[in-house]
Write a protein that binds this ligand. Structure first.
Ligand SMILES: *[C@@H]1O[C@H](CO)[C@@H](O)[C@H](O)[C@H]1NC(C)=O
Ligand SMILES: *[C@@H]1O[C@H](CO)[C@@H](O)[C@H](O)[C@H]1NC(C)=O
Ligand SMILES: *[C@@H]1O[C@H](CO)[C@@H](O)[C@H](O)[C@H]1NC(C)=O
Length: 343
């Protein structure tokens, strides 16, 4: 096992597990201490071609000076100087890091090379163990960690897997050396949407349910004289949320003037000439106000919002007498002030 994945609600986290790997590699590589002179294998045919084997021996007597007859893996029993060290620290590329597993980098010391997450060695593993040989070199080829190998892409595809909802199945998986997953893939629990808030003065054009499945659309209509403000349709998303908040159905506004003309939709008209004396939500109504000093009028607009439309502060409703006796002197009927007259 090389890579463990943890599933979370928001996604996945990956962490490298080198412990097991290390154990197995340890067993493969062996150490001098595991081999005494009796159990050390014979020098392997061809070992000399791959590395420099020190002189063969059967006991310390065969070796001179500080050399001792020790087991040097595939070279078999060889004359080595136990105190001599292998290169340390190692210069590795940025995709890997090395860790000494023994107190000193001397003969038979172990060194672990770990690839940074997302990178792998040629064999698909993400770590390897090297042994300090009698020729003062670390065993094996120089490990090169590369990214985007078939092995990693397999794991990577899975890394993209995430549940917006709860996960059904094991929340952790392990990518094995043979590129298979230890456990079956987990599944995302199907999410349902809760009924959305009710829309006042509106209708839902859908079967009312206690829960709605993903992809379900709810269409809205407003009652007569109410204007739809917001989406006409909302959809249940895969995370159990609605695509938008439900719309509002906005009421029309009473024009708060009787004895003055106002401008609605670019047309100057008497409020009683407007159907029902009402304007739709969002409509602008322009009122005429009198200049404080001069005998002229200026305009001030107000917008109808959900049944609320107030006159501007400057607007003064004419009295019934003014309206009846001097209709041509009403503020809405007198001359409009020159642009310079209005501050
Ligand atoms: C992969 O390795 C695991 C564990 O060693 C084993 O159980 C499984 O059968 C292997 N699968 C394939 C397809 O080789
Ligand atoms: C659900 O998904 C939508 C769109 O991806 C996102 O805007 C919304 O915030 C998500 N809601 C939750 C509760 O995660
Ligand atoms: C009302 O006036 C505002 C601000 O000038 C403008 O953005 C809006 O489009 C107008 N509404 C209508 C219905 O003309």
């Amino acid at each position: 096992m090389c890579l463990s994945l943890s599933y979370t609600k928001s996604g996945l986290t990956a962490s490298m597990y080198s412990g097991l790997l290390l154990l197995s590699m340890w067993a493969l590589a062996g150490t001098a201490s595991l081999w005494d002179s009796e159990s050390c294998p014979e020098r392997l045919v061809g070992a000399e071609g791959r590395r420099t084997c020190p002189r063969s021996c059967k006991s310390d007597r065969d070796c001179g000076g500080k050399r001792q007859c020790l087991c040097d893996s595939e070279c078999g029993l060889s004359c080595v100087v136990p105190g001599r060290t292998c290169p340390w620290p190692l210069s590795l590329n940025e995709n890997s890091r090395a860790r000494l597993l023994s107190p000193t980098p001397s003969f038979s010391a172990l060194l672990e090379v770990l690839c940074t997450p997302g990178f792998t060695l040629a064999d698909g593993s993400d770590a390897t163990v090297r042994r300090c040989q009698g020729d003062r070199q670390w065993s094996g080829d120089k490990p090169i960690c590369t990214g985007g190998s078939e092995f990693f892409s397999l794991c990577h595809v899975f890394l993209l897997f995430s549940c917006r909802a709860d996960i059904v199945g094991r929340q952790e998986n392990f990518c094995q050396f043979n590129q298979t997953w230890l456990y079956p893939h987990p599944n995302c629990k199907e999410m349902l949407c809760q009924p959305p808030e009710e829309v006042e003065q509106g209708y839902v054009v859908a079967v009312q349910k206690t829960e709605y499945e993903v992809g379900f659309d709810i269409h809205y209509l407003c009652k007569k004289n109410f204007l739809l403000d917001g989406p006409q349709k909302i959809t249940c998303l895969s995370n159990g949320s609605w695509s938008a908040a439900p719309p509002h159905c906005r009421a029309r506004c009473i024009i708060p003037a009787e004895r003055s003309r106002v401008v609605i939709g670019g047309v100057k008209r008497w409020p009683f000439d407007v159907t029902d004396g009402l304007v739709p939500h969002g409509e602008n109504v322009t009122f005429f106000c009198k200049h404080p000093q001069k005998q002229c009028s200026f305009t001030a607009a107000q917008t109808c919002f959900d049944g609320k439309l107030e006159t501007p502060l400057c607007y003064l409703e004419p009295t019934w007498l003014q309206y009846k006796l001097f209709p041509h002197r009403l503020v809405s009927e007198i001359e409009v002030c020159e642009p310079g007259d209005v501050e």
